[in-house]
Write a protein that binds this ligand. Structure first.
Ligand SMILES: Cc1ncc(COP(=O)(O)O)c(C=O)c1O
Length: 276
């Protein structure tokens, strides 16, 4: 190995060990579920995002097996070349119906969805105002974009308003919040955030990764829970938590989806989901 690389890695790993945060991955020796096997023992699993137990639900397993048998194990291309299958579109139609929006678009994961959406929508004439405890993928999306950035104290509406008041003269102002915060589990003050966004003419993006399947009627998420349909411009969701599988999605207007089909880089340059 290259000397400089080896030294850098050794130093970083030593630091992790000194801080006692270096760890081996926990390996499940059984399927994901409320009880799992780890190192030969059956333990209660309180650490997954498989909130509804769908990761092993027989109907999902059968549907995935059927799709794999009929359509194969890979999509074979990015969506914009030859990788859009009819079932990708059916999934997007169902997601738009579920979220009560005009359209939806599926990305490889919730992480790539946040990267692609934030990076492609905002440029240097814009400003992003983001909750301090938003998910890492939102933080990385903000880092990738050329927009000005402001971080408001977690769920502090006075601080959010201060930033909105100060951020005048931008082409676009975008407020971003998790619907349910991924580490603390608290619910965003969405009615107040929506009202402030409207007052200062800012667009609003809500990442509902942890609320979908959990909050709202039939698990439609935090926007439904607070009855804010039509007042949140961009909804992000993931299939990797309560839905038990894999994939991120954006739900919003037809125009938003059309734009992302042309400009969302993970959508454009990374292969689509396998049929299963
Ligand atoms: C709020 C939030 N957004 C996005 C993601 C990323 O979702 P995915 O696992 O589908 O990449 C997560 C996952 O931890 C999350 O908690």
């Amino acid at each position: 190995m290259n000397d400089a690389l080896e030294q850098m890695l050794e130093k970083q790993i030593d630091q992790l060990k000194k801080k006692k945060v270096f760890r081996a991955l926990t390996v499940l020796e059984s399927a994901q579920g409320p009880h799992v096997q780890i190192r030969g023992r059956t333990v209660i699993n309180l650490a997954s995002n498989n909130y509804l137990g769908l990761a092993t639900h027989p109907r999902l397993v059968a549907a995935a097996a059927k799709a794999t048998r009929e359509l194969g194990v890979g999509a074979g291309a990015v969506r914009t070349i030859a990788g859009t299958l009819r079932i990708h579109q059916e999934l997007e139609e169902k997601l738009a119906e579920f979220k009560q929006t005009e359209a939806a678009l599926v990305f490889q994961s919730g992480f790539t969805c946040n990267l692609g959406v934030i990076e492609s929508l905002l440029s240097k004439e814009d400003v992003i105002i983001s909750d301090a405890l938003n998910h890492a993928s939102i933080i990385d999306g903000i880092r990738l974009s050329k927009a000005e950035r402001r971080i408001y104290r977690h769920s502090d509406m006075a601080d959010l308003e201060k930033h909105l008041r100060e951020c005048q003269g931008y082409r676009l102002r975008l407020v971003i919040t998790d619907g349910v915060f991924s580490m603390d589990g608290d619910i965003a003050k969405l009615p107040a955030i929506a009202a402030l966004s409207e007052k200062y003419n800012a667009a609003l993006m809500v990442d509902d990764a942890h609320s979908s399947g959990v909050l709202g009627r039939h698990g439609k998420g935090s926007v439904d829970h607070f009855n804010l349909h039509g007042r949140v411009d961009i909804q992000v969701g993931t299939l990797s938590k309560a839905i038990g599988v894999l994939g991120g999605y954006i739900a919003g207007s037809r125009q938003l989806v059309d734009y992302l089909i042309h400009r969302g880089r993970p959508f454009l340059f990374s292969t689509s989901h396998p049929p299963g």
